[in-house]
Design a protein around this ligand. Sequence first.
Ligand SMILES: [Fe+2]
Length: 613
Amino acid sequence: MSKTILGISAFYHDSAAALIRDGEIIAAAQEERFSRKKHDPQFPERAINYCLEEAFIDPSELDAVVFYDNPLLTFDRLMKNFLTVAPLGLEQWTKASRSFLGVKAVVKEYVRRTLGAEIKLLFSDHHLAHAAAAFYPSPFTDAAILTVDGVGEWATLTLGHGRGSRIELLKEIRYPHSLGLLYSAMTYHCGFKVNSGEYKLMGLAPYGQPVFADRIKECLIDVKEDGSFRLNTEYFGFMQQNVMTNEAFDDLFGGAPRQPEAKITRREMDLAASVQAVLEEVMLKLARNIKRLTGSKNLALSGGVALNCVANGKILREGIFDNLWIQPAAGDAGNAVGAALLANHQYFDEPRKLNPSGRDSQKGSYLGPAYSSTEVRAFLDRRGYTYTRIADAHERAKMIARSLADGHIVGYMAGRMEFGPRALGARSILGDPRRTEMQSTMNLKIKYRESFRPFAPAVLAERASDYFELETESPYMLLVAPVRESRREAMNVEDFESGHCDDMLAIINQPRSDIPAVTHVDYSARIQTVHADLKPDFYQLIKEFEALTGCAVVVNTSFNVRGEPIVCSPQDAYRCFMRTEIDLLVMEDCLLWKNEQPDFKDTQDWRAQYELD
Ligand SMILES: [Fe+2]
């Protein structure tokens, strides 16, 4: 009997809902996209309603609702942590216990109120949900499963084995020993926001040298040959209070944490490079260990640390496994999918059906809402915004490609929204990667953010190996690989590397390859391979760009301003278009030019609306 199951992730970070039917992911979305609050931790009422609408079902048709975490285990951890460090942890304890005492009853009440019906409520273990999110949507019948995050209940990392419809967790590492928390501690120390700035730290690492790596391994983390590790908690603040690091940590690295928005110095670059090097070393050891334990030729990854696409690329290139699949919503949002699939296969004992095409079952992660041309036009007509409709898909792709080739920046909204943190051509801002100035233009005039971060290339799948040293698909932008040597250009980094100057802009504005806007300072790139069967409109657009320019790559960055969740609706997209220097907005088959729009009266300063991340 096929089952319809709703998965929910909530109350910690990045709430989400997912709906599966007969083992197929029908819909999945993060609450932030609807509430417009980045990483919204609230109960995902809007995301749940969207999932039900997408599946055309009434709540009473649900066989079960599954919560992504076992609150009793989380509560147990918080209590034991309190007993270990009391009275230092009193403040943290009081805060946490308020939210976790009775959380099962709270979840039950929210579910009853949102769905208006009594439905079987199940609770999944946190890392089992991560493992399920990694394995079940993957194309593998047999895979080693590695889940790595900050902490979920007690575990911070698990090694598992997936076979057919079953998942078995073989080993775990427990709080406070956490690779994710180590990386987050350094993120905090370098002046970035915990739980979102980790990606920036990874982007900063190529500017630095790993000069602190030995100190990290001597003092902060004791790593064994099998990849298991222990943190030295004397240097961290998260057990005692709500901060990541303490004075001992500051002393170890020669000073207080960088203040957010302060100038980034060589120290932060070197710290980023150092913690990244340690993370990669541990991940490679873990990958070798889990290979030994399972004998599988496939690896499935999830947990927030699996978003570290530089480490993922290293695992791939090391050749430990033949194949690698990473859950695109690797953080806790993805556990909404994982928990629902876990209930389907391990609670209801439903068999697993692999995608007959040989692909994964994540559907390109285009699992969110779409807006039809009729809906877009109704919105534009109602507001009196000027647009041109080009119904012919081929003509439209040609027009957008021409605009990109002319140096314009394009806001692109087409089809179902992405599930997970990366924009994959459904809610993206696009540009011409051949232009040296494109990286700083897009950073400063569109994203309003630090300009050191590179953009990602979206490349026609069959042309990827012409540009990058990558022999596999990367449809979810979760692998980093080097730009081909033949495309690189020598950079003048002598002053920078010798420490005479730490001005990153001097490097950023130098051409590094024939696609400079998507080439990092170490010649790496965070690649999205674009596939005709997964995203035909985006594929066609790049194909037209290639026909015009010979270049099969476009710059792809998420459609939002700094601190804003990725746009979801036509209204969100139009607002972002008018607030930034995007030249052309495409919403389905409607094209809008900035210079043809009526005066935009912004009722709110977006800089005040969104908390900078
Ligand atoms: Fe997690």
